[in-house]
Design a binder for this molecule. Structure first.
Ligand code: FAD
Length: 489
């Protein structure tokens, strides 16, 4: 058992990497444990065949859905987590999205936007968020969509991409759903962990899956260590859960179950209120050839659908062509692909306690959008409204709903809130009823907003780690060692 860490972070995605970054900068000795491995830099992560068609980098872990059918959620276990693959649309949530919205089944955050604001700024700076000029084809589409009085508005997208990405067409056409080889995407490994490579107070272990949380000796309500799948144990006074919204709740539930612990009403909420966003992919076709490169430069809002947005997919025509049904002859698919633009429509889903993950011999992902009829209705109408707007612009479109395995935006399963009756985690990231355990991944989000969640996860993690780091600095300057007990072995 090593005793040389001030904090252990479980998982290296958006939340885990941001928390580790901030605590290392505060001088803490941090151990970062990642279940996956480092991605190769040999170009395979940009290869359409290996990434999209063979799914080489996707998880193979089987789950069950709510009806007991087998399911493999689309997950990525590697250093940097899902951020290595994400589309780098790095939005802030709006001020009103921190409040409750009872009609849409959305609970409030325990903090306001102003409390997260400095950390949003820091995250944007670290990840190199910038806005790109709207490219000609999209500019034409946006002009036509926003013309008229149907409530449409277009705005520049905040993107975590290097300004020079356009000089590397293979990367500029393949960043959304692919992992950069040249470090041109602002993600958890490139923008955070790699910046710490000369810091001796960070230890990163890959292929290190945490199987159990461990109590302090004789203090089951105090978490003081972790055990890996291979039995190795580590201990530290602060343990940060950042394994992602499908995994962190299961580690916590397993801990309470195996220690037969009663931590009050919040325990019943662990894994519940899972949110995924309601998602639709759309391909729009028009007679003209499409030559835009980055594509993902503009987001569309509509005042009649306040919980929804549309953004282009960063997919080029060649990739879109490979995703078309095989019954269409190859030549026609290519010709259509060259005339196609992809879009991604998302609507915030509300929270429902029966939408949940739970820990069993095979983990269970029980989620049904029929439990959220208001959100489902908005998503349907929003999709039709965008299709109509495209049609007015001379584009015909086809849609595909993203099914249950589309867990890219999973969050909410360890919701933060002001009271233990309605939440699992408090405003400081601590699990109600336990000490020494914090949650810094997407699990905490009580609302996921109408835009993508990653920037908010980074910001939350920076904030919680900042609070932990400040306590550490204060305790160190007062000469007192942080209260610390060895993990029971
Ligand atoms: C294709 C794709 C496109 C996306 N596009 C966008 C976008 O444009 N904008 C946006 O904001 N969001 C986007 N997202 C979503 C975004 O990536 C996630 O919201 C974000 O990464 C979640 O961060 P996290 O820290 O909660 O979890 P993750 O990033 O999933 O990190 C969790 C980490 O924990 C590790 N782990 C799991 N279990 C254990 C364990 N037991 N022990 C140790 N380690 C463990 C995992 O391997 C993983 O590395 C996209 C996601 C995908 C997949």
């Amino acid at each position: 058992v090593s005793t040389s860490y001030d904090a252990i972070v479980i998982g290296s995605g958006a939340g885990g990497a941001a928390a580790a970054f901030r605590m290392v900068k505060a001088g803490m000795r941090v151990l970062l444990l990642e279940k996956g491995t480092t991605l190769p830099l040999d170009g395979s992560t940009l290869d359409v065949r290996q990434v999209v068609h063979e799914g080489r980098f996707l998880s193979r872990e089987p789950w069950l859905d709510g009806r007991g059918r087998r399911l493999v959620p689309e997950e990525h276990f590697n250093l940097g987590g899902k951020t290595k693959w994400y589309g780098a649309a790095l939005f802030r949530f709006d001020e009103h999205e921190f409040d409750s919205d009872a009609q849409h089944d959305c609970p409030p955050w325990p903090i306001s936007l102003s409390e997260l604001e400095p950390y949003y700024c820091e995250a944007e700076r670290l990840l190199g968020v910038r806005r790109f000029e709207r490219e000609p084809d999209l500019a034409r589409i946006a002009r036509r969509v926003t013309r008229g009085a149907a409530g449409w508005r277009a705005a520049a997208m905040p993107m975590g991409l290097a300004a020079t990405i356009e000089q590397h067409p293979a990367e500029a056409a393949h960043f959304d759903g692919f992992a950069s080889v040249r470090g041109l995407k602002g993600e958890a490994e490139t923008a955070l962990l790699s910046q710490l490579s000369d810091q001796r107070n960070l230890t990163v272990r890959t292929n290190a899956e945490v199987a159990l949380l461990l109590p302090a000796a004789g203090q089951p309500k105090r978490i003081a260590g972790v055990q890996l799948r291979d039995g190795t144990r580590f201990e530290a006074p602060s343990i940060l859960l950042a394994a992602g919204a499908l995994h962190s709740p299961r580690l916590l539930a397993r801990y309470l179950r195996s220690n037969d612990l009663d931590v009050g009403s919040s325990a019943a909420l662990i894994g519940r209120n899972l949110k995924l966003h309601l998602l639709t992919a759309m391909v729009a076709l028009s007679p003209g050839l499409k030559g835009d490169l980055i594509r993902k430069t503009t987001v569309f809002f509509n005042s009649h659908f306040p919980h929804s947005t549309v953004q282009p997919l960063g997919f080029d025509g060649e990739l879109i062509a490979t995703l078309m049904p095989r019954v269409i002859p190859g030549g026609i698919r290519k010709a259509l692909g060259r005339r196609a633009y992809g879009f991604f429509l998302q609507t915030e889903d509300g929270s429902h306690p029966d939408n949940r993950v739970h820990d069993a011999a095979l983990p269970v992902l029980d989620y049904a959008e029929s439990r959220l009829p208001v959100a489902a209705n908005e998503h349907r109408k929003f999709t039709r409204a965008f299709q109509r707007a495209l049609l007015r612009s001379g584009m015909i479109s086809f849609t595909q709903r993203i099914g249950l395995q589309g867990t890219a935006h999973a969050c909410g399963s360890l919701m933060c809130g002001a009271s233990p009756t309605h939440s699992v985690v408090n405003a400081k990231g601590e699990v109600h009823g336990l000490s020494g355990l914090y949650v810094v991944d997407g699990s905490v989000l009580p609302r996921s907003s109408r835009v993508n969640p990653a920037l908010t996860i980074y910001a939350w993690a920076l904030r919680i780690a900042d609070l932990i780091g400040r306590d550490f600095v204060r305790d160190s300057s007062e000469g007192s060692q942080p209260e610390y007990t060895h993990a029971a072995t």
